[in-house]
Design a protein around this ligand. Structure first.
Ligand SMILES: Nc1ncnc2c1ncn2[C@@H]1O[C@H](COP(=O)(O)OP(=O)(O)OP(=O)(O)O)[C@@H](O)[C@H]1O
Length: 620
C-alpha cells in the first residue's frame, strides 16, 4: 500500500475526461445550440447590413422595410435566448460535476478514515473540498461552453466573410491564430500558478485550523508567538500566489485586447481602401464584413478569457485529482477492512463523530449486539501492512486467537502495536495476507455485522457534544432506556462521577461542555461497551496518568466484559501483560513471538529484557 503523495505527472489521466464523459449529451447540445447561434449571428449581420443599405443608400421608405426589421428583431431574440441556453447548460454541467467531485472526495476520505485522518491537515482537506471544487466550476460553466462556441461560430463567420470578400477573410485567417497561440503560452503559466495557489491556500487553511484546535497546547508550550508568525507567513504566501495569477490575468486581457484591436483595424483599413480609394467594393458587402469582423474577434477574445479561467480551474481539478489518488491508492479496500470505518460511521455515529473518523466512533459504539453472542475465532494469515514506500511496515505473520482469550500486545513504543490492533479491528486494510474472523476473511464480512460485535476503546475516546447519557447511548441502533444507560454507567464505574456532576447523567460534556479526564473518557467508552456487550473487545491500555482507583475500575470493567468476549489489549503495564492468556510481542514491526508470560520469558530474550526493564521501573 502506498500512501505517499503521488507525483503530479501521475494524475494525467482520468478525472476530467471521466467527468466530461458523463455530460456527453449536454456538450452535444451546446454544439448544436452554437451552430444555430452562429447562423443567427451571421443572419443578424446580414439583416442589419440590408436595412442600412436600404435606408441610407437606397433611401427606401421605412414601410418597405417592415419585414426586414421584424426578422431582425426575431433573430436578435433568438440569439439572446441561445446564448442564455448555452450558459444554462454550462451551469448544469458545473453543478453536477462539483457535486460529483465533492462526493468523490468525501468517499475517498471516508473509505479509509483512519489513514485520511492521520495524513495532512484537516483544514487543507476542507479547503480542497470547498474552495478547490468551487474553483473547478469555471471549467464546466465557462470554459467548456465558450470553447465549443469558439470552435464553431468563428468558423461560420470566417466562411461567411470569405464568401462576401476574400481579402478580408484572409486577414482574419492570418491574424486569428495569434489569439490561441498567445493563450497557450500564458495558459501553461496560469495552470502552474493556480496549482501553486491551491497548495498555498490548503497550507494556510491547515495551519490556521490546526492552530485553533491546538491553541491551549500551543499556549502551554509557549509556542503561540511562533505559530502566529507561521500563520502570517502562510497567509502572505497565499496572497503572493493570488497576485501572481491576477498579474497573468491582466497581461492576458491587455494582450488579447491589443490583438483584437489590431485585427479589426487592419480589416477596417483594407475595407476603406477598397471602398473609397479603389472603389472595388459595394457598401453593402463592406458594411456586412465590418459587422462580422468584431463578432469574430470578440468570440476569440471570450475564448481567451474563458481559457485563462479554465486553466485556473484545471489547476484546482488537478489538485483534487492528486488528493483523490493519494487517499485512494491502496486505501480503498472492500468490506470491513478499511472501507469499514466509513460504513460503521455511517450507520452508527451522529455527525460529529462521523466527520472525526475516530476509532472509538468507528468500532466501539455501534449497538445492537445480542448479549451472549459467542466470541469468534480470529486468525491472522501471513498478515503484513505498510504505511507506504519507505514507511513503517508491519509483519505479523500467522497466528490464531481462540475465542474468549485474553491477549496482550506488548512491545516498545513504535513497534507496531496500534497498527496491529487496527488491522485486527478492520480499520486498516492488510497490504498482504488476511485477518479471518470465524473462518471468513474480514474484508468480505459485512462491516456493519463486524462492527456490531466489536468495541474498541482507545486511549482517547471521542466524546461528542452532548450529555453523558447521550454519549453512552451514542450510535445505538435500538432505543436504549434510561435504566440501561445508568446500569452501563455503573458497570463502567461512572456512578461516582455522575453523582458529582450537577445534572448527573444529563450533564453536557465534550465539545463546549464539561471537560472529562482521560480516565473518565475511557470509562464512558466502557459504558458504551457495556450497553453493546461486544464479543471482541479491543483496548488500548492507558500508558500514564491513571490513579489507582480509576485503574482498578477500568480493569474490573474489562474483566467483566471479557467474560463474553475475546479481549485484545495493547498492554503497557506489567500486571496486564502477565495476566494475559497469551502475549504477542512486537519489535520493529515484527511479531517476534507469542505465548504465555513464562514461555516468552524463557524463549525470547528481547521479551525478558523488556520485562526486566519494566520491573526495575516499577521498583525504582
Ligand atoms: N499513518 C501513518 N503513516 C506512516 N507511519 C505511521 C502512521 N501511523 C503510524 N506510523 C508509524 O508506524 C510505527 C508504528 O506505530 P504504532 O502506533 O503502531 O506503534 P505502537 O507500538 O502502537 O506505539 P505506541 O506504543 O507508542 O503507541 C511508528 O513508527 C509510527 O510512526
Amino acid at each position: 500500500m502506498k500512501t505517499s503523495k503521488p507525483r503530479r505527472g501521475r494524475a494525467k489521466s482520468g478525472l476530467l475526461p471521466e467527468l466530461m464523459a458523463a455530460h456527453r449529451k449536454r456538450t452535444l447540445l451546446i454544439r448544436l445550440v452554437s451552430l444555430v447561434l452562429g447562423a443567427a449571428t451571421i443572419g443578424q449581420a446580414v439583416l442589419l447590413a440590408e436595412a442600412v443599405q436600404r435606408v441610407f443608400v437606397e433611401k427606401a421608405a421605412p414601410a418597405a422595410l417592415l419585414f426586414t426589421f421584424a426578422a431582425l428583431l426575431v433573430v436578435m431574440a433568438v440569439r439572446t435566448l441561445l446564448a442564455h441556453a448555452n450558459g444554462q447548460i454550462g451551469l448544469r454541467i458545473a453543478a453536477d460535476a462539483k457535486k460529483e467531485l465533492r462526493a468523490r472526495l468525501l468517499r475517498t476520505l471516508a473509505a479509509n478514515p483512519l489513514l485520511a485522518a492521520r495524513q495532512g491537515q484537516t483544514g487543507g482537506k476542507v479547503s480542497l473540498a470547498l474552495d478547490a471544487v468551487d474553483e473547478a466550476d469555471g471549467y464546466f460553466s465557462q470554459y467548456t461552453p465558450k470553447m465549443i462556441e469558439a470552435s464553431i461560430i468563428p468558423l461560420l463567420i470566417l466562411i461567411a466573410v470569405f464568401v462576401v470578400h476574400v481579402p478580408s477573410g484572409l486577414i482574419l485567417l492570418f491574424t486569428a491564430p495569434f489569439i490561441p497561440l498567445f493563450m497557450a503560452l500564458i495558459g501553461i503559466q496560469t495552470k502552474h500558478k493556480s496549482e501553486e495557489k491551491f497548495e498555498q491556500l490548503a497550507a494556510f487553511s491547515g495551519t490556521f485550523l490546526d492552530s485553533l484546535q491546538g491553541l491551549v497546547t500551543l499556549k502551554l508550550f509557549g509556542r503561540a508567538k511562533r505559530q502566529q508568525q507561521e500563520i502570517e507567513r502562510s497567509s502572505l504566501s497565499y496572497r503572493d500566489a493570488t497576485m501572481d495569477i491576477l498579474r497573468v490575468a491582466f497581461t492576458n486581457t491587455f494582450a488579447l485586447e491589443t490583438i483584437v484591436m489590431l485585427g479589426i483595424g487592419i480589416v477596417a483599413l483594407e475595407l476603406a481602401l477598397q471602398l473609397v480609394v479603389f472603389q472595388t467594393m459595394q457598401f453593402h458587402a463592406a458594411f456586412l464584413v465590418l459587422l462580422l469582423v468584431p463578432e469574430f474577434y470578440n468570440l476569440l477574445k471570450n475564448m481567451g478569457t474563458a481559457f485563462h479561467g479554465g486553466r485556473t480551474s484545471l489547476g484546482a481539478i488537478r489538485n483534487i485529482e492528486v488528493a483523490l489518488a493519494a487517499n485512494g491508492t491502496g486505501a480503498a479496500p472492500t468490506g470491513a477492512g478499511g472501507g469499514s470505518g466509513a460504513a460503521a460511521l455511517d450507520t452508527s455515529m451522529p455527525g460529529a463523530a462521523k466527520i472525526n473518523g475516530d476509532a472509538d466512533a468507528a468500532a466501539g459504539t455501534s449497538h445492537g449486539q445480542q448479549p451472549g453472542a459467542l466470541p469468534p475465532l480470529i486468525e491472522l494469515r501471513g498478515l503484513s501492512f505498510d504505511y507506504g514506500q519507505d514507511a513503517f511496515s508491519l509483519h505479523a505473520g500467522s497466528l490464531e486467537i481462540e475465542p474468549g482469550m485474553q491477549i496482550a500486545i506488548a512491545g516498545k513504543s513504535g513497534s507496531g502495536k496500534t497498527t496491529l490492533l487496527h488491522l485486527i479491528a478492520g480499520l486498516l486494510p492488510p497490504s498482504s495476507g488476511e485477518v479471518r474472523i470465524a473462518g471468513r476473511e474480514l474484508t468480505r464480512i459485512n462491516e456493519d455485522d463486524w462492527f456490531r460485535r466489536v468495541s474498541y476503546i482507545t486511549q482517547h475516546p471521542y466524546i461528542f457534544a452532548g450529555t453523558v447519557a447521550d454519549n453512552i447511548a451514542i450510535g445505538a441502533d435500538r432505543d436504549v432506556s434510561r435504566e440501561e444507560i445508568v446500569q452501563a454507567g455503573e458497570a463502567a464505574g461512572l456512578s461516582a462521577l455522575a453523582a458529582e456532576l450537577e445534572h448527573g447523567y444529563d450533564t453536557v460534556v465534550g465539545d463546549g461542555g464539561r471537560g472529562l479526564s482521560g480516565g473518565e473518557k475511557q470509562r464512558l467508552a466502557l459504558a458504551r461497551a457495556f450497553l453493546k456487550r461486544p464479543s471482541v473487545l479491543l483496548f488500548d491500555e492507558p500508558t500514564v496518568g491513571l490513579d489507582l482507583h480509576t485503574e482498578r475500575v477500568l480493569m474490573r470493567a474489562i474483566a467483566e466484559l471479557s467474560r463474553q468476549a475475546t479481549v485484545i489489549t495493547i498492554a503497557h503495564r506489567l500486571h496486564t501483560i502477565r495476566q494475559a492468556d497469551r502475549i504477542l510481542f512486537m519489535e520493529q514491526g515484527r511479531l517476534m513471538g507469542s505465548g504465555s508470560h513464562d514461555e516468552l520469558l524463557h524463549t525470547l530474550p528481547a521479551y525478558a529484557q523488556m520485562i526486566d526493564i519494566q520491573r526495575k521501573g516499577v521498583t525504582a
